[in-house]
Design a protein around this ligand. Sequence first.
Ligand SMILES: [Zn+2]
Ligand SMILES: [Zn+2]
Ligand SMILES: [Zn+2]
Length: 92
Amino acid sequence: MVACTHLDTVKFVDLPDPLVGCEECLKIGGRWVHLRMCHSCGKIGCCDSSPNRHATAHHNASGHPIVRSAEPGENWSWCYPDELMFRIRSDA
Ligand SMILES: [Zn+2]
Ligand SMILES: [Zn+2]
Ligand SMILES: [Zn+2]
């Protein structure tokens, strides 16, 4: 089912509590549309619909392959290198 070969990089599964927002946007006073969390380091970034696309920027800068949605009720993950969407765990 899951063909992602990067699952050994997953260190962070659960969202931080509290979930404050995109770390980089908060530094620069930016706005975001949706939030993503890096599975490798737990960094919160904003999605590609956001002006600054910090989640993808973080992937490009760090090489961390997988992010998950940090939106309420969403638990899908996205692997950039594999261009694959899947669920790591079936919590809601
Ligand atoms: Zn992968
Ligand atoms: Zn951002
Ligand atoms: Zn990361």
